[in-house]
Write a protein that binds this ligand. Sequence first.
Ligand SMILES: [Zn+2]
Length: 265
Amino acid sequence: MKRTILPKILGLVLIGIAWTIWPASTAFPLSLFIGFAVLSLLTIPVLSPRSSYYLPTFSSLRGPSDRVALTFDDGPDPRFTMKILNHLESENIRAAFFVVGSRAEKHPDLIKAIVDRGHILGNHSHRHGLNFHFSGPKALRAEFDSFDAITRDVTGHRCQLFRAPQGFRSPILADVVKERNLHCIAWSARGYDAIESRPNKILQSILKDVKGGGIVLLHDGGGLGGSEDRSGTIEALPLLIKEIRARGLEFERLDRLIGVEAYSQ
Ligand SMILES: [Zn+2]
């Protein structure tokens, strides 16, 4: 919350100056404008997934690299996750799966398969509900505790990598993530595959932005604010891997790419 203080103070000072210098007919609309500007300034970092204003966030490796990390959100999903795991295995690629705790609870076999095959788990909240973004610190801590209890059962550790649902991070969420020493992860290329089912479109969106050191966002789970079907993602995946390799890039697991620990005790 510390980072919200300066814009608020600045806004109040400017409003104070406006009322000192100008009559009410000018100062009042000016105050509304300043209020709106401050509100925008405070909201833009919340809605910008790559912003590090409230919370330091990795959206790619800083520095040159010929490696790219694949990440999958919203699973595990019994309709799609295993197909993705099988394909990654055939390509000898290790990825990161930002799973939803309540889904992990229903499908521990898939969580185990992810870990057993050498991929890493990340925290993508326990419920992935919209109310997550309006929760206070107490509710957020409870959400993180629920997630940790479920994934710890499988991994024996706590997931240290966190990706916020929709990528939104309020100052309150930022404080909770910091107090738990989690690494916040965004992305540098995305397929929009939570809403896009045409493999070609998914492919184009990613290839437009992907480069060495990049973090690619895909989805193995359906139905969390987007469409149910992830068959477009599954169809796009082999083409994507081929295209990225054709550019002279290779795949690296996210934690190794950015040099952080995926789990803690
Ligand atoms: Zn998500």
